[in-house]
Design a protein around this ligand. Structure first.
Ligand code: ADP
Ligand code: ZN
Length: 794
C-alpha cells in the first residue's frame, strides 16, 4: 500500500501551454516537495511536459497524477522571478507557464558540469577546518569538479562560494568571459618549506608588487618560468586563481574616464545615482536627441549599481547593435557583464543565465527576454530605444518588456530608465503627467549640430523612364551623395522594403501574384528570379507567364533594398555598398555588416528600418530616406508615430562625428506633420499634436486597448466565433467595442482572420472583459488570441 494520496504533499505547476491556470501534482511517495522555482517533468494527457513548480500547495483532487521527475536539485528560478512571471501573465492575459518558458533558457548546465576555482579573495583568505582542505586542493591549480574534492566538503564549498572565496565555472569554456591565471604569495609564511633561489626571488617580487601577477608578468620581472611557479604553488607558498583578463578592461576604462560628462548627462546620472543608492523606485524618461550621449549615461548608471553592490539590466531592441553594446559593456565591466541574446546557442544562453543566477555576472544586456534575467537586486533597469515596438512579443505570451521592466523595477526598488530620442506617446505622456521623471539631453555632445533635413517633394521629381512613375533617387539626393563619396565620407539610405520589388504585375490583365495562403502580394526576390510570401515564407520560381491570362509581360513594380542596391551601383559605379535588412543579416549576420561600415569598407549602407537603429557611425554625413510614405499608409493608429520615429531616428545617424550631416527625406506628402516635425527635430511639437488626436479619438495612451484575433481555415466559423465574442463583451461598463471585422491581413497562412477591438479606461476593466468574453475552450478548428496593448494590428 502506498500513502493515501490526500496525505501526500501537492505542488502547483505552471506548464508551457496557452492555458491560464496552474496544475496540481502529487509529490512522489516519500520525497520532499520540490521548492518553488524547480523544474519538473509531469504527465499531461498522453504527453510528458516540463513545467516549473510555482507553489508548494495545490488543489487536492481525486485521480491526481504524480510528478515524473524533479529536474533540478536547487530551484533554477528565484522567487522574485517567479513572482514577476506570474504578474506578467496576469497583466497580459497570458499563461504563467508560457512566460516562464520564454524567461528560462531551454538548456541549463547540469550541476555535475560545474567546476570550482579559487577567487582572489579566496587566495588571500585564511580558512580553517574543512574549508582549509577545500582551498588546499583548489589553490594547487586549475578548476576542480565538486566530485574530485575530499568527501564531506559540500557544505564547506557552498559556504565558501557564498562568501565569494570560490567560484563555479562551467566545464564549457565561456568564450565571452576570458580569464587568466594569476599568482599571489600565500598568506602566512612557511619557513620550513625549502625553496630555490629562483623561487625566493619570485616570492619577494610578488610580495613587493602587492597585487596578483600573471605568469607572463612574473617571467618578465624575474625570469622565472612556469615550472618555478608550479613548484611554488604545489608547496603552498603561492596561490593561483583565475581573474578576468586585465589588458582588455584597463585601457578602455582609462579612455572612458577621459570623458567629461556634459552638464545634462551629469544631471541625469546624479538623479539615477541617488535612487540606486537609496534603493528607491525611480522611473525616468531619458529624452535625449540623437548623439547626445545616452549610452554614456547608461554605462555610468550601471557602474553605480555595481558599485553599490546591486545588479543591472540593459535592454536593447533585438537588432544588429546588441554585440556592439555588449562589447562596450564587457570592456567596461569585464566578466561582471553577461549577454543574454536569443541568437546565442541554447547552450551559451544557458551558461550565461547560470552565470547571472550564481551572481558571477551582475550586469546583463539583451533583448526583451533579458528582462527576466535572474539578476539579484537590480539597481537599474535600462530600456534603450524605448520607442521600439520589438519590446512587445508578437506571439504568445504577448508581453511587453517595457511594462514588465516597470513591474520589476518597482518591486526591486530600482531606477527604471527609458532612453530614446523619439519617445513612444505612452512614455512621453507619462513624463508630461509627472508619473515618470523627465531627464533631458537637449544637445549633441561637444555641441555638434543636429543635421539639416531637407524634404524632397517627389511630386516634382521626374521619374526616369524605367522607374514607372516612382522616382527613386531625386536629383538633390544624388548630388549630395556624390559630394559625400568624393570627400571620402559615408552615407545611409533607408528603403523600408526588403527584397527586389514589392510585387510582380501582369501588364496584360493586372494579376499581382497574390499568395494563395495569405491575402498579400508576393514579394519579388533574387533579382526578379523568385517570388516569396513574407508572411508564410512560401517561395516560388518566377513564373514566365501569367497564370490568369498567359500573358508574358510580367514586370517587377517598385523598389526593395536589393533593387535599390542595383540602381545605386548604376549611379555610383565602383562605390562599395552593403545591404542591411532581415535577409542580409540572416545570410551574413548583421554584426558583420555593421563592422564593415565602422571599418570604412563600405561607403554606403542601404537598408530597411534596421539602418535607423541606434548606430554610432562617426563618418556618416549623408542620410537619404528614399521613401518616407510606406509606414504612413498603414491602417494603424500608430502610423504617424512610427513614421516620425523612423525618419527622426535615421536622420539622427548623420553628422555624429567631426563633420556635420545632412538628410534628404523623399516623400509624396511633404506637408504631413509626422514628416515635417521629424525634419524640424521637433519631438515636443509632434507629440503634442499626436496626443490631441489620441485623446479625441480615445486611443492609447488615453485608453487601454486589447485585440482579440480569431482565426480558422473556415471563414464562416472564424466570423461566427468573433461575433459571439463581441456579443458577450457588448454592454460591459466602460467598454468601447469595434468589430468583429476582418483583420487588415484577412488571410494568413491559410487561415481567415477576424478582429475584435476592446478599448476601456483602465487595464483592470479590459482584463475583466477578456475574462468574461473569451470562451475557456475555443470551438474546434478555431484559434483565439488575446493581445493586450497590441503594437501591431495587422
Ligand atoms: P545617443 O545614444 O544619445 O545617440 P551615443 O551614446 O551614441 O549617443 O553618443 C554619441 C557619441 O558621443 C559616442 O561616440 C560617445 O562615445 C560620445 N560621447 C558620449 N558622451 C560624451 C561626452 N561627455 N563627451 C564627449 N563625447 C561623448
Ligand atoms: Zn503567404
Amino acid at each position: 500500500m502506498t500513502d493515501a494520496p490526500e496525505l501526500r504533499p501537492i505542488v502547483a505547476v505552471a506548464l508551457p501551454l496557452p492555458l491560464r491556470r496552474e496544475f496540481s501534482y502529487l509529490v512522489a511517495a516519500g520525497a520532499a516537495p520540490p521548492a518553488p522555482g524547480t523544474r519538473v517533468r509531469v504527465p499531461f494527457g498522453e504527453r510528458a511536459l516540463t513545467g516549473v513548480v510555482v507553489s508548494a500547495a495545490g488543489q487536492a483532487a481525486s485521480g491526481m497524477r504524480e510528478i515524473l521527475e524533479v529536474l533540478d536539485t536547487d530551484p533554477v528560478c528565484p522567487p522574485d522571478l517567479l513572482d514577476l512571471a506570474r504578474r506578467t501573465a496576469q497583466r497580459f492575459f497570458a499563461s504563467t507557464g508560457e512566460v516562464l518558458k520564454s524567461a528560462l533558457p531551454a538548456r541549463l548546465p547540469a550541476p555535475g558540469a560545474l567546476r570550482y576555482r579559487l577567487t582572489e579573495k579566496g587566495a588571500l583568505g585564511r580558512p580553517s577546518g574543512v574549508e582549509a582542505s577545500v582551498l588546499e586542493v583548489l589553490a594547487a591549480g586549475g578548476p576542480v569538479h565538486a566530485a574530485d574534492l575530499p568527501k564531506g566538503t559540500a557544505e564547506a564549498l557552498r559556504s565558501l562560494e557564498e562568501r565569494g572565496w570560490v567560484r563555479a565555472v562551467s566545464t564549457f569554456r565561456d568564450r565571452r568571459a576570458r580569464t587568466e591565471t594569476a599568482y599571489l604569495p600565500a598568506a602566512g609564511t612557511r619557513d620550513a618549506v625549502r625553496r630555490s633561489a629562483r623561487g625566493e626571488r619570485v616570492l619577494a617580487w610578488l610580495a613587493a608588487l602587492g597585487r596578483p601577477a600573471t605568469a607572463a608578468e612574473v617571467r618578465l620581472a624575474t625570469g622565472a618560468g612556469p615550472a618555478v611557479l608550479r613548484t611554488l604553488t604545489t608547496s603552498g607558498l603561492v596561490r593561483s586563481f583565475e581573474q578576468p583578463v586585465r589588458e582588455e578592461s584597463r585601457p578602455a576604462l582609462a579612455a572612458r574616464a577621459a570623458f567629461r560628462l556634459t552638464l545634462e548627462q551629469d544631471a541625469a546620472v546624479s538623479a539615477l545615482t541617488s535612487a540606486i543608492r537609496e534603493k528607491r523606485y525611480f522611473p525616468a524618461l531619458l529624452q535625449g536627441v540623437t548623439g547626445s550621449g545616452k549610452t554614456e549615461v547608461y554605462l555610468r548608471a550601471i557602474g553605480e549599481a555595481l558599485g553599490a553592490g546591486r545588479g543591472a539590466i540593459w535592454l536593447v531592441p533585438e537588432i544588429a547593435l546588441t554585440p556592439v553594446f555588449a562589447r562596450e559593456l564587457t570592456r567596461q565591466f569585464g566578466d561582471r557583464a553577461a549577454l543574454l541574446h536569443s541568437a546565442l546557442s541554447e547552450r551559451d544562453r544557458g551558461l550565461a543565465w547560470d552565470r547571472v543566477r550564481r551572481g558571477d555576472a551582475r550586469a546583463v544586456i539583451g533583448p526583451r527576454s533579458a528582462i527576466f534575467a535572474p539578476v539579484a537586486d537590480p539597481g537599474v533597469i535600462i530600456v534603450d530605444e524605448e520607442h521600439d515596438s520589438s519590446y512587445k512579443q508578437r506571439e504568445s505570451p504577448r508581453y511587453d518588456a517595457r511594462e514588465v521592466a516597470a513591474l520589476r523595477a518597482r518591486r526591486a526598488r530600482a531606477a527604471l530608465l527609458f532612453g530614446t530620442a523619439t519617445p513612444s506617446l505612452e512614455a512621453y505622456h507619462a513624463s508630461r503627467q509627472g508619473r515618470v521623471a523627465r531627464l533631458l539631453l537637449t544637445e549633441r555632445v561637444e555641441a555638434k549640430p543636429l543635421p539639416v533635413v531637407s524634404i524632397v517633394d517627389l511630386r516634382r521629381e521626374l521619374p526616369r523612364p524605367d522607374e514607372k512613375g516612382i522616382p527613386l533617387f531625386s536629383r538633390p539626393l544624388v548630388e549630395r551623395l556624390r559630394e559625400t563619396f568624393d570627400r571620402g565620407e559615408q552615407a545611409i539610405l533607408l528603403q523600408p522594403r526588403r527584397g527586389y520589388a514589392p510585387f510582380l504585375l501582369c501588364r496584360e490583365c493586372g494579376h499581382d501574384f497574390r499568395c494563395t495562403n495569405c491575402s498579400v502580394a508576393r514579394t519579388v526576390h533574387d533579382r526578379g528570379q523568385r517570388l516569396v510570401c513574407h508572411y508564410c515564407g512560401e517561395r516560388l520560381a518566377r513564373p514566365l507567364r501569367c497564370p490568369e491570362c498567359s500573358g508574358a509581360l510580367l514586370e517587377a513594380i517598385g523598389f526593395g533594398t536589393e533593387r535599390v542596391g542595383d540602381r545605386f551601383a548604376e549611379l555610383f559605379p565602383g562605390v562599395p555598398y552593403a545591404v542591411l535588412d532581415r535577409d542580409s543579416s540572416r545570410r551574413r549576420g548583421a554584426g558583420a555588416v555593421v563592422e564593415d561600415v565602422l571599418a570604412g569598407r563600405v561607403a554606403c549602407l542601404i537598408g530597411t528600418q534596421m539602418v535607423a537603429k541606434g548606430h554610432d557611425f562617426p563618418n556618416v554625413t549623408a542620410v537619404g530616406v528614399l521613401s518616407a510614405d510606406t509606414m504612413l499608409n498603414f491602417p494603424d493608429f500608430r502610423s504617424a508615430e512610427k513614421t516620425f520615429q523612423l525618419v527622426a531616428q535615421v536622420a539622427g545617424r548623420a553628422g555624429r562625428g567631426a563633420s556635420p550631416g545632412t538628410v534628404h527625406v523623399q516623400t509624396f506628402h511633404p506637408q504631413h506633420p509626422a514628416i515635417r516635425r521629424a525634419a524640424e527635430h521637433d519631438v515636443d511639437g509632434f507629440c503634442a499634436d499626436e496626443l490631441l488626436f489620441r485623446r479625441s479619438f480615445f486611443y492609447p495612451p488615453f485608453c487601454e486597448l486589447a485585440a482579440i484575433l480569431v482565426s480558422s481555415p473556415d471563414r464562416e466559423r472564424a466570423q461566427q466565433t468573433a461575433a459571439s465574442i463581441a456579443g458577450a463583451a457588448e454592454g460591459a461598463p466602460g467598454l468601447r467595442l469595434s468589430g468583429p471585422a476582418p483583420a487588415p491581413l484577412e488571410r494568413l497562412q491559410g487561415k481567415w482572420r477576424f478582429q475584435v477591438l476592446l478599448r476601456a479606461p483602465d487595464r483592470r476593466t479590459i482584463l475583466a472583459i477578456l475574462e468574461s468574453c473569451i470562451p475557456e475552450r475555443p470551438p474546434s478548428g478555431v484559434q483565439i488570441a488575446a493581445d493586450v496593448d497590441p503594437q501591431d494590428l495587422m
